[in-house]
Design a protein around this ligand. Structure first.
Ligand SMILES: [Fe+2]
Length: 383
């Protein structure tokens, strides 16, 4: 949690702030939890309320194929087909009332429209690709390994310098924060945290477009995508300050916590939201007790669903796992290393594995698209 400011703002909030021609800038308070959560104050060239047209929505709600799942699954995410547009390419795979987890393989930048998710904070993890997240609060360059945290309501565009892009995304129907146990009373990251504020990529290069015309914003609300045409460019902010803004964080800046014997998954935790956490499994030294077994023990996560997305390297506890694969270990039944993995891990000094984990405390449903990627035999892979 950080205070940040860009551009020009008046010395006192809610006071006269004039353009060079003497007319007023338009102030907007932008928060995501009523008037009590974090918020920013924005100063627009034009009113942010100038709707010209509301067009018919399209339904983008996840289509659920398996409502009640207890089967461990492997989803071959690398089979998700690329699409030209970012929004069209978003493929929801697992969902419940707290989160949607999906993959997107967009080829093209967003140029003729903008996007706003009014339902959910978004965490985009860049598996492949390079570009710039453009927002009304400034721009954030991104590359392989970056998490982009986009609070709900933020108007943005994805601009790619690459065609081969692959993005793991989490939509969270509540705010996403860094873990509370790593922050002090004032919100500052503590010394034992695996990363700190200096690692964050904050928005910069605020663009102020004083342009009128037809500007199309796709607004996601209750799962529907509503095309709304505005009379002025949405990136018309001349200055802002506050605590509510998008930021980036590279998984390569996550400093792993290690120990003499096996450390549990919470040491990998990077973000948290309502009823879920996001963890980063990064290259690290293994446990250094002479008899340590670096592979995890079997565990019964009775009240958690574990989704692992494999990014790079060999994942030590699994056989036959490639980058771009998801495994889902549902709550209610135990899971553990594959046969041979524990033995293999003894005496190993380090791992190069890179993976992102999303653990939810409520069961996940699988979408039609997920079932098309399901390998169908993973549940028997411990025999
Ligand atoms: Fe696990």
């Amino acid at each position: 949690m950080l205070y940040h400011r860009l551009g020009s703002i008046p010395p006192k909030r809610h006071t006269v702030f004039r353009k060079p021609d003497g007319s007023l800038y338009y102030e907007q308070l932008f928060g995501t939890e009523g008037f009590s959560g974090t918020a920013s104050l924005l100063y627009h060239v034009h009113r942010p309320t100038r709707i010209k047209a509301m067009l018919p929505p399209t339904d983008a709600r996840p289509r659920i194929a398996v409502e009640h799942n207890i089967t461990p699954r492997k989803l071959l995410g690398y089979n998700v087909q690329p699409q030209d547009e970012f929004l069209a390419s978003r493929t929801p795979l697992m969902a419940n009332n707290d989160v949607v987890v999906g993959l997107a393989a967009p080829r093209h930048s967003m140029t003729d429209h903008f996007y706003k998710n009014a339902d959910a904070d978004e965490v985009l993890f860049i598996h492949k690709g390079k570009g710039t997240l453009r927002t009304l609060l400034g721009n954030i360059p991104f590359e392989y390994g970056d998490y982009l945290l986009i609070p709900r309501g933020m108007i943005y565009q994805m601009h790619f310098e690459s065609e081969d892009n692959l993005i793991l995304y989490v939509e969270a129907f509540g705010p996403v924060y860094t873990p509370k146990r790593y922050r002090n009373h004032f919100g500052q990251m503590l010394e034992h945290a695996p990363f700190c504020e200096r690692d964050f990529k904050l928005p910069a290069n605020l663009e102020t477009h004083d342009e009128e015309g037809d500007f199309l914003i796709y607004v996601r609300k209750e799962g529907l995508i509503h095309p709304i045409v505005y009379a002025s460019h949405p990136f018309d902010v001349v200055g802002w300050d506050g605590y509510n803004f998008p930021y980036g964080f590279s998984i390569h800046n996550f400093e792993p916590i290690t120990g003499r014997i096996h450390m549990p998954p919470p040491i990998h935790q990077t973000f948290e939201g309502h009823n879920f956490v996001i963890c980063s499994f990064c290259p690290r030294l293994y446990d250094y007790h002479p008899d340590a077994i670096p592979a995890p023990y079997n565990h019964s996560n009775i009240d958690s669903e574990e989704v692992l997305y494999y990014v790079d390297g060999d994942f030590m506890s699994r056989n036959d796992i490639k980058p771009g694969v998801f495994t889902l270990h549902p709550g209610g039944i135990p899971h553990g290393p594959h046969p041979g993995a524990a033995e293999r891990s003894i005496g190993k000094k380090s791992t190069e594995e890179l993976a992102v984990m999303v653990d939810t405390f409520k069961p996940l449903k699988l979408t039609e698209q997920a079932m098309a990627l399901d390998d169908g035999t993973y549940f028997q892979s411990w025999l």
